[in-house]
Design a protein around this ligand. Structure first.
Ligand code: F6R
Length: 591
């Protein structure tokens, strides 16, 4: 987690500090405990660090070389001392870091013995002291320091004694370079500079990038410390539209991203990628690995694959799968599912699997992500940037990808697309109604401490997802469960007025789900039915459009949306920070 940014401009300007903070705002989704920046100003380093969300910078001064950081705390509490940038003993060198330096304790102890004074508890601060200790240009120093560091890190470093230089090091944590007119930007995500340029270089493991102002231009050089040689890097043009990141008239990104789902689903239909992934899967043992919401989509995918193509898909949480990866046989294909394509737990499995010669394919949203670049074949969900921390549209398009791949496996993709499109149309027609009902339900839920969501078969992972959405943004405890499991223990928690949301479209699970709903009702539950059919036991009902028997497997594309809206409106009623819920970050780049 954490977002880092570095900037080198050809000419000093008064607005450079504002520029770095604006770039940092676009990375705030990566962490928002605290933030800070450092700017070279003559022979000084101007430094400001603050706790909480990014606000206006309070320092002024001309600068052409700056770094910035937005933090999601790992080592050391949330306070100004632990916020980045970190300085050396003399305040001459400033460093921002994303990732974890695993051997920082031993480096720190050695540096303290040598007389260095540390001001923070972070793993990152060792880097500024290591740069202080070395001699030569920032490039030379970086080449000697990088091999000493273990773990995941992207770093950007500036120094008051090197007033025309900036250096960056990348290992495992992402780092991109944006090349704009008269300035170069280093950032954890191109989102930070996409308003300025779409010409980008992605650094790969072991890269050191050095930029310097000479003869009225900025030149740059690359060295890979793992290969121990200079390297050339390819510049690519990102096919991104900066306007996609605008909030428009919406109050929150999450609402915007929920409402735009029918359009985004249309954009997510990709026959070629579906066929291509299906070709990689046929005859293989396929294991989907993912975390959080992406894993829920994969569990839905398991049901979809079974129902549509009689294809068995294993699904595992990436952070648990890592304990199995050493024993995989060569007939296995890993299907990694991720919105960001940067989740550390997923990437660890991917790398370990690849080392064993196992093929990795993926379903990813961010085209420039590490996962996309390291996978053999990719299905891009094509949602555009998802800014709210709670994932919504990426989830829907991941499910869509599973439908398309399942039909490709079954060999009837083209003939089925009309059905999928008509389901998307139905969703579009029902969006305002879902929003209205979600507001009513949120009024009931807002004062509750516990909410249960139940479903069977393909509806069970939707219950998991609905509960995750509710708890992460409203902070109400919510549990998603297979409806059949309730009576094996959790039923003990149902008492008068306990909200139970029952996902029971009239599909193959309907009658059993209704029975389980009635069991909760008999114990006092307040039953909220999500179904195309009314039932006398429902205290509240969200009416789904009815799908034909042959299309019942597509209910997930529709029934998830009311749950997303219920979570959203409950959080709004409770005054929560909807787009940036506490303790979380969008891109989980630590294990
Ligand atoms: C919840 C949420 C997370 C992510 C998880 C994996 O709303 O967004 O649970 O789904 O952190 O992230 P990605 O998909 O980027 O690998």
């Amino acid at each position: 987690m954490c977002g880092i940014i570095g900037l080198i401009k050809l000419n000093e300007s008064d607005s450079a500090i504002k520029d770095i903070v604006n770039g940092l705002r676009r990375l705030e989704y990566r962490g928002y405990d605290s933030w800070g920046y450092a700017a070279l100003n003559g022979t000084n380093i101007l430094l400001e660090k603050k706790i909480g969300r990014i606000s206006e910078p309070s320092l002024n001064g001309q600068s052409a070389i700056l770094i910035g950081h937005t933090r999601w705390a790992t080592h050391g509490g949330v306070d100004e001392a632990n916020a980045h940038p970190h300085l050396d003993c003399n305040g001459q060198i400033a460093v921002v870091h994303n990732g974890i330096i695993e051997n920082y304790l031993e480096l720190r102890e050695r540096l303290i013995k040598e007389g260095h004074t540390f001001k923070s508890q972070t793993d990152s601060e060792v880097v500024s002291h290591l740069f202080e200790k070395e001699q030569g240009s920032l490039f030379d120093r970086a080449k000697r320091i990088a091999p000493l560091l273990k773990g995941s890190f992207s770093l950007v470093v500036i120094s008051a004694a090197h007033k025309d230089e900036i250096v960056a090091i990348k290992n495992e944590s992402p780092l991109a370079i944006g090349i704009a007119d008269n300035e170069i930007i280093f950032a954890s995500d191109p989102l930070a500079f996409i308003d300025k340029t779409n010409t980008t270089i992605f650094l790969t493991e072991g890269d050191i990038a050095f930029a310097k102002k000479t003869n009225n231009k900025i030149s740059f050089e690359f060295f890979n410390y793992i290969l121990n040689k200079s390297v050339d890097k390819e510049q690519i043009k990102l096919n991104w539209n900066a306007s996609e990141t605008n909030l428009g008239d919406y109050k929150h990104y999450m609402l915007k991203e929920i409402i735009e789902q029918p359009k985004v689903m249309q954009d997510g239909i990709d026959f070629d990628s579906a066929e291509s992934l299906a070709n990689e899967m046929r005859g293989k043992k396929v294991i989907a690995i993912a975390c959080g919401t992406a894993r829920h989509s994969a569990v839905i995918g398991k049901h979809i694959f079974h129902k549509i193509a009689k294809f068995s898909l294993d699904v595992m949480m990436a952070h648990e799968f890592v304990y199995f990866v050493d024993d995989l046989d060569k007939n296995t294909v890993i299907l990694a599912v991720s919105q960001s394509g940067e989740t550390a737990d997923v990437m660890e499995c991917v790398r370990k699997a690849k080392q064993r010669g196992i093929k990795v394919i993926s379903i990813v949203n961010v085209p420039s992500s590490t996962l996309a670049r390291e996978s053999e074949k990719v299905f891009y969900t094509n949602c555009g940037p998802e800014i709210a921390v709670a994932s919504t549209k990426a989830f829907s398009n991941q499910i869509l990808a599973f439908y398309l791949i399942a039909h490709a496996l079954q060999g009837n993709l083209k003939s089925q697309i009309i059905n999928i499109k008509s389901v998307i149309d139905l969703l579009s027609q029902n969006m305002s109604y879902f929003d209205l009902k979600a507001r009513e339900i949120a009024e009931y839920l807002k004062n509750k401490n516990h909410v249960y969501m139940l479903g069977r078969g393909v509806n069970f992972p939707i219950a998991l997802e609905g509960a995750l959405k509710l708890k992460e943004i409203s902070y109400i405890h919510a549990e998603g469960m297979p409806a059949g499991e309730l009576k094996h223990g959790t039923l003990a928690l149902i008492e008068h007025g306990t909200p139970v949301i029952l996902l029971c479209p009239t599909d193959y699970t309907y009658y059993d789900s209704i029975s389980n709903g009635l069991e909760t009702k008999a114990r006092g539950a307040y039953l909220i039915g999500i179904s195309d059919k009314p039932h006398p036991s429902f205290n509240m009902w969200v009416q789904l459009p009815q799908l034909d028997k042959e299309n019942e497997i597509f209910y997930p594309l529709i029934e998830t949306i009311p749950l997303q809206l219920i979570a959203y409106h409950t959080a709004v009623l409770l005054g929560r920070d909807v787009d940036k819920p506490r303790n979380l970050a969008k891109s989980v780049t630590v294990k």
